[in-house]
Design a protein around this ligand. Structure first.
Ligand SMILES: Nc1ncnc2c1ncn2[C@@H]1O[C@H](COP(=O)(O)OP(=O)(O)OP(=O)(O)O)[C@@H](O)[C@H]1O
Length: 288
Protein backbone atom coordinates (compact mmCIF):
# COMPACT_ATOMS: atom_id res chain seq x y z
CA UNK A 1 0.00 0.00 0.00
CA UNK A 2 1.76 3.10 -1.25
CA UNK A 3 1.43 6.54 0.32
CA UNK A 4 2.00 9.55 -1.96
CA UNK A 5 2.22 12.95 -0.35
CA UNK A 6 2.63 16.09 -2.39
CA UNK A 7 3.21 19.69 -1.24
CA UNK A 8 1.42 18.98 2.02
CA UNK A 9 1.03 21.85 4.45
CA UNK A 10 -0.77 22.16 7.74
CA UNK A 11 -0.97 25.48 9.51
CA UNK A 12 -2.76 25.42 12.85
CA UNK A 13 -4.85 28.29 14.13
CA UNK A 14 -2.35 30.61 15.70
CA UNK A 15 -0.02 30.28 12.73
CA UNK A 16 2.13 27.23 13.60
CA UNK A 17 3.36 25.65 10.34
CA UNK A 18 3.35 22.02 11.50
CA UNK A 19 3.89 20.75 7.92
CA UNK A 20 5.49 22.97 5.35
CA UNK A 21 5.36 21.75 1.74
CA UNK A 22 6.02 18.05 2.38
CA UNK A 23 6.69 15.70 -0.57
CA UNK A 24 7.01 12.07 0.47
CA UNK A 25 6.58 8.66 -1.12
CA UNK A 26 6.21 5.69 1.24
CA UNK A 27 6.50 2.20 -0.29
CA UNK A 28 5.10 -1.09 1.07
CA UNK A 29 6.95 -2.56 4.07
CA UNK A 30 8.29 -1.07 7.25
CA UNK A 31 9.02 2.64 7.01
CA UNK A 32 10.44 4.96 9.67
CA UNK A 33 9.41 8.55 10.22
CA UNK A 34 11.98 10.17 12.43
CA UNK A 35 11.92 13.65 13.90
CA UNK A 36 12.37 15.51 17.16
CA UNK A 37 9.47 16.71 19.29
CA UNK A 38 7.33 19.16 17.33
CA UNK A 39 8.69 18.07 13.92
CA UNK A 40 5.16 17.42 12.63
CA UNK A 41 4.96 13.62 12.85
CA UNK A 42 1.67 13.39 14.75
CA UNK A 43 0.14 15.99 12.45
CA UNK A 44 1.08 13.86 9.44
CA UNK A 45 -0.24 10.64 11.06
CA UNK A 46 -3.53 12.31 11.88
CA UNK A 47 -3.93 13.60 8.33
CA UNK A 48 -3.22 10.10 7.00
CA UNK A 49 -5.80 8.65 9.37
CA UNK A 50 -8.37 11.17 8.13
CA UNK A 51 -8.67 12.79 11.57
CA UNK A 52 -7.28 16.15 10.48
CA UNK A 53 -7.64 18.13 7.25
CA UNK A 54 -4.54 19.51 5.56
CA UNK A 55 -4.31 23.23 4.81
CA UNK A 56 -3.14 22.42 1.27
CA UNK A 57 -1.49 19.69 -0.78
CA UNK A 58 -2.55 16.13 -1.59
CA UNK A 59 -2.31 12.80 0.19
CA UNK A 60 -3.08 9.55 -1.60
CA UNK A 61 -3.16 6.22 0.18
CA UNK A 62 -3.37 3.24 -2.16
CA UNK A 63 -4.51 5.70 -4.84
CA UNK A 64 -7.32 7.18 -2.70
CA UNK A 65 -7.28 10.93 -2.10
CA UNK A 66 -7.93 11.66 1.59
CA UNK A 67 -9.32 15.11 0.70
CA UNK A 68 -12.53 13.57 -0.66
CA UNK A 69 -15.20 11.97 1.54
CA UNK A 70 -15.13 8.75 -0.56
CA UNK A 71 -11.33 8.64 -0.50
CA UNK A 72 -11.25 9.15 3.27
CA UNK A 73 -13.75 6.35 3.77
CA UNK A 74 -11.74 4.01 1.53
CA UNK A 75 -8.53 4.87 3.40
CA UNK A 76 -10.14 4.39 6.80
CA UNK A 77 -11.18 0.88 5.67
CA UNK A 78 -7.59 -0.02 4.84
CA UNK A 79 -5.83 1.77 7.69
CA UNK A 80 -5.16 0.82 11.30
CA UNK A 81 -3.99 3.59 13.61
CA UNK A 82 -2.30 3.42 16.97
CA UNK A 83 -2.23 6.96 18.37
CA UNK A 84 0.40 8.19 20.82
CA UNK A 85 -1.97 7.70 23.75
CA UNK A 86 -4.82 5.29 23.26
CA UNK A 87 -7.72 5.77 25.65
CA UNK A 88 -8.88 2.48 27.14
CA UNK A 89 -11.55 1.52 29.66
CA UNK A 90 -9.51 0.23 32.60
CA UNK A 91 -12.30 -1.93 34.01
CA UNK A 92 -12.71 -3.92 30.79
CA UNK A 93 -10.61 -6.99 30.11
CA UNK A 94 -8.43 -7.01 26.99
CA UNK A 95 -10.94 -9.29 25.25
CA UNK A 96 -13.93 -7.11 26.23
CA UNK A 97 -12.13 -3.93 25.11
CA UNK A 98 -11.26 -5.43 21.71
CA UNK A 99 -14.84 -6.66 21.33
CA UNK A 100 -16.12 -3.16 22.07
CA UNK A 101 -13.78 -1.56 19.49
CA UNK A 102 -14.67 -4.26 16.96
CA UNK A 103 -18.35 -3.41 17.38
CA UNK A 104 -17.58 0.29 16.86
CA UNK A 105 -15.73 -0.66 13.69
CA UNK A 106 -18.81 -2.42 12.41
CA UNK A 107 -17.77 -6.05 12.87
CA UNK A 108 -21.34 -7.15 13.55
CA UNK A 109 -21.08 -10.92 13.52
CA UNK A 110 -20.36 -12.18 17.04
CA UNK A 111 -18.71 -15.49 15.99
CA UNK A 112 -16.37 -13.78 13.51
CA UNK A 113 -15.53 -11.11 16.12
CA UNK A 114 -14.71 -13.80 18.64
CA UNK A 115 -12.51 -15.61 16.10
CA UNK A 116 -10.68 -12.45 14.98
CA UNK A 117 -10.06 -11.26 18.56
CA UNK A 118 -8.71 -14.70 19.48
CA UNK A 119 -6.29 -14.57 16.54
CA UNK A 120 -5.15 -11.05 17.38
CA UNK A 121 -4.60 -11.80 21.06
CA UNK A 122 -2.39 -14.64 19.86
CA UNK A 123 -0.54 -12.32 17.41
CA UNK A 124 0.30 -9.82 20.15
CA UNK A 125 1.10 -12.59 22.69
CA UNK A 126 -1.68 -11.62 25.09
CA UNK A 127 -3.75 -14.82 25.08
CA UNK A 128 -2.80 -15.69 28.69
CA UNK A 129 -3.85 -12.18 29.82
CA UNK A 130 -6.94 -11.83 27.64
CA UNK A 131 -9.41 -11.99 30.54
CA UNK A 132 -7.53 -9.70 32.90
CA UNK A 133 -8.68 -6.10 33.38
CA UNK A 134 -6.67 -3.48 31.52
CA UNK A 135 -6.00 -1.52 34.71
CA UNK A 136 -3.48 -4.19 35.70
CA UNK A 137 -1.58 -4.07 32.37
CA UNK A 138 1.95 -2.71 31.94
CA UNK A 139 2.69 0.04 29.39
CA UNK A 140 4.02 -2.52 26.93
CA UNK A 141 0.96 -4.75 27.29
CA UNK A 142 -1.32 -1.76 26.68
CA UNK A 143 0.66 -0.89 23.57
CA UNK A 144 0.13 -4.47 22.35
CA UNK A 145 -3.61 -4.16 23.01
CA UNK A 146 -3.38 -0.96 20.95
CA UNK A 147 -1.81 -2.84 18.05
CA UNK A 148 -4.48 -5.54 18.30
CA UNK A 149 -7.27 -2.92 18.05
CA UNK A 150 -5.51 -1.30 15.08
CA UNK A 151 -5.38 -4.69 13.34
CA UNK A 152 -9.04 -5.63 13.85
CA UNK A 153 -10.07 -4.92 10.28
CA UNK A 154 -6.86 -6.48 8.87
CA UNK A 155 -5.57 -3.15 7.48
CA UNK A 156 -3.07 -2.95 4.62
CA UNK A 157 -1.60 0.14 6.24
CA UNK A 158 -0.68 0.35 9.90
CA UNK A 159 0.25 3.75 11.30
CA UNK A 160 1.90 3.79 14.72
CA UNK A 161 2.78 6.99 16.53
CA UNK A 162 5.70 6.86 19.00
CA UNK A 163 4.76 3.38 20.21
CA UNK A 164 7.82 2.57 22.31
CA UNK A 165 8.08 5.75 24.39
CA UNK A 166 8.29 4.82 28.07
CA UNK A 167 8.68 1.07 27.51
CA UNK A 168 11.40 -0.89 29.27
CA UNK A 169 14.11 -2.44 27.04
CA UNK A 170 12.52 -5.91 26.93
CA UNK A 171 9.08 -4.59 26.00
CA UNK A 172 10.63 -2.22 23.45
CA UNK A 173 12.44 -5.08 21.71
CA UNK A 174 9.36 -7.29 21.83
CA UNK A 175 7.28 -4.48 20.33
CA UNK A 176 9.79 -3.82 17.54
CA UNK A 177 9.84 -7.51 16.61
CA UNK A 178 6.04 -7.54 16.53
CA UNK A 179 5.96 -4.53 14.18
CA UNK A 180 8.56 -6.07 11.85
CA UNK A 181 6.51 -9.28 11.67
CA UNK A 182 3.37 -7.33 10.86
CA UNK A 183 5.15 -5.48 8.05
CA UNK A 184 5.53 -8.70 6.06
CA UNK A 185 2.72 -7.96 3.62
CA UNK A 186 1.54 -4.51 4.63
CA UNK A 187 2.91 -1.01 5.06
CA UNK A 188 3.83 -0.11 8.62
CA UNK A 189 4.58 3.56 9.15
CA UNK A 190 6.49 3.95 12.40
CA UNK A 191 6.73 7.48 13.71
CA UNK A 192 9.27 8.01 16.47
CA UNK A 193 11.96 10.23 17.90
CA UNK A 194 13.88 7.15 19.06
CA UNK A 195 16.55 6.53 16.42
CA UNK A 196 17.25 2.99 17.62
CA UNK A 197 13.64 1.94 16.88
CA UNK A 198 14.18 2.84 13.23
CA UNK A 199 17.72 1.40 13.12
CA UNK A 200 16.41 -1.97 14.34
CA UNK A 201 13.30 -2.25 12.15
CA UNK A 202 13.39 -0.15 8.97
CA UNK A 203 15.33 -0.20 5.71
CA UNK A 204 13.90 3.12 4.58
CA UNK A 205 13.01 6.26 6.42
CA UNK A 206 12.11 9.91 6.21
CA UNK A 207 13.41 12.57 8.57
CA UNK A 208 11.24 15.56 9.43
CA UNK A 209 12.46 18.78 10.97
CA UNK A 210 10.10 21.67 11.75
CA UNK A 211 7.54 20.43 9.26
CA UNK A 212 10.03 19.93 6.43
CA UNK A 213 11.50 16.81 4.94
CA UNK A 214 15.26 16.79 5.43
CA UNK A 215 15.92 13.23 4.24
CA UNK A 216 14.12 10.36 2.55
CA UNK A 217 15.74 7.14 1.42
CA UNK A 218 17.60 4.07 2.69
CA UNK A 219 18.95 3.86 6.21
CA UNK A 220 22.35 2.90 4.70
CA UNK A 221 22.38 6.03 2.55
CA UNK A 222 21.76 8.27 5.55
CA UNK A 223 24.45 6.49 7.55
CA UNK A 224 27.00 6.84 4.75
CA UNK A 225 26.39 10.60 4.67
CA UNK A 226 28.13 10.77 8.06
CA UNK A 227 31.30 9.04 6.81
CA UNK A 228 34.35 11.06 7.90
CA UNK A 229 32.16 13.21 10.12
CA UNK A 230 32.28 11.08 13.27
CA UNK A 231 35.42 11.00 15.41
CA UNK A 232 36.70 9.68 18.70
CA UNK A 233 39.21 11.57 20.76
CA UNK A 234 40.63 10.62 24.16
CA UNK A 235 42.01 13.35 26.38
CA UNK A 236 42.62 14.05 30.05
CA UNK A 237 42.46 17.79 29.33
CA UNK A 238 39.42 19.98 28.72
CA UNK A 239 36.58 18.75 26.51
CA UNK A 240 37.19 19.39 22.79
CA UNK A 241 35.67 22.67 21.67
CA UNK A 242 35.21 21.79 17.99
CA UNK A 243 32.19 19.86 16.72
CA UNK A 244 29.30 18.37 18.66
CA UNK A 245 30.05 15.92 21.47
CA UNK A 246 27.57 13.03 21.35
CA UNK A 247 29.16 10.75 23.96
CA UNK A 248 31.73 10.98 26.74
CA UNK A 249 33.07 7.81 28.38
CA UNK A 250 35.61 7.80 31.22
CA UNK A 251 38.76 5.98 30.03
CA UNK A 252 41.78 5.60 32.35
CA UNK A 253 42.66 9.06 33.69
CA UNK A 254 40.88 10.78 30.79
CA UNK A 255 37.66 10.78 28.78
CA UNK A 256 36.89 9.26 25.40
CA UNK A 257 34.71 11.63 23.40
CA UNK A 258 32.60 10.84 20.37
CA UNK A 259 32.28 13.94 18.24
CA UNK A 260 30.43 14.95 15.09
CA UNK A 261 32.48 17.46 13.11
CA UNK A 262 33.16 18.12 9.41
CA UNK A 263 36.94 17.82 10.00
CA UNK A 264 39.08 16.12 12.68
CA UNK A 265 38.42 17.98 15.96
CA UNK A 266 42.07 17.60 17.08
CA UNK A 267 45.39 16.05 15.97
CA UNK A 268 44.75 12.80 17.88
CA UNK A 269 41.12 12.39 16.69
CA UNK A 270 40.37 9.08 14.96
CA UNK A 271 37.57 8.57 12.40
CA UNK A 272 34.78 6.33 13.73
CA UNK A 273 32.16 4.18 12.01
CA UNK A 274 28.90 6.22 12.00
CA UNK A 275 25.71 4.79 13.47
CA UNK A 276 22.23 5.87 12.38
CA UNK A 277 22.04 8.02 15.50
CA UNK A 278 25.29 9.83 14.56
CA UNK A 279 23.98 10.39 11.05
CA UNK A 280 20.66 11.67 12.31
CA UNK A 281 22.41 14.11 14.66
CA UNK A 282 24.78 15.19 11.85
CA UNK A 283 21.74 15.83 9.66
CA UNK A 284 20.21 17.99 12.39
CA UNK A 285 23.38 20.06 12.85
CA UNK A 286 22.95 23.69 11.88
CA UNK A 287 24.65 24.37 8.55
CA UNK A 288 24.65 20.63 7.67
N1 LIG B 1 -3.88 21.45 17.70
C1 LIG B 1 -2.79 22.21 17.57
N2 LIG B 1 -2.89 23.56 17.58
C2 LIG B 1 -1.79 24.35 17.44
N3 LIG B 1 -0.55 23.88 17.26
C3 LIG B 1 -0.39 22.55 17.25
C4 LIG B 1 -1.48 21.63 17.39
N4 LIG B 1 -1.02 20.36 17.33
C5 LIG B 1 0.31 20.46 17.14
N5 LIG B 1 0.70 21.75 17.09
C6 LIG B 1 2.06 22.27 16.85
O1 LIG B 1 2.48 21.80 15.59
C7 LIG B 1 3.85 21.40 15.63
C8 LIG B 1 3.99 19.94 15.22
O2 LIG B 1 3.38 19.14 16.23
P1 LIG B 1 3.27 17.55 16.12
O3 LIG B 1 2.55 17.06 17.34
O4 LIG B 1 2.71 17.18 14.80
O5 LIG B 1 4.81 17.12 16.18
P2 LIG B 1 5.47 15.73 16.55
O6 LIG B 1 6.62 15.57 15.63
O7 LIG B 1 4.46 14.64 16.56
O8 LIG B 1 6.00 15.99 18.01
P3 LIG B 1 5.76 15.14 19.36
O9 LIG B 1 6.69 13.99 19.27
O10 LIG B 1 6.14 16.13 20.42
O11 LIG B 1 4.31 14.77 19.38
C9 LIG B 1 4.34 21.72 17.02
O12 LIG B 1 4.92 23.00 17.01
C10 LIG B 1 3.07 21.72 17.85
O13 LIG B 1 3.19 22.55 18.97
Amino acid sequence: MRIEISRLTKTYRGGVHALDGLDLDVPTGMYGLLGSNGAGKTTLMRILAGLLSPTSGTVRVGGHDVATADGRLAVQRTLGYLPQSLGVYPDLTARQFLDYIALLKGLDSRPSRRRRIGELLETVALTPDADRRLKGFSGGMLRRVGIAQALLADPRLLVVDEPTTGLDPEERIRFRILLSRLAGDRTVLLSTHIVEDVAQTCRSLAVLDKGRLVFQGDVGELVSRADRRVWTLTTSGPAPSEGRIVAALPEGAGTRYRIIAPTAPGPSAQPAEPTLEDSYLALMEPGR
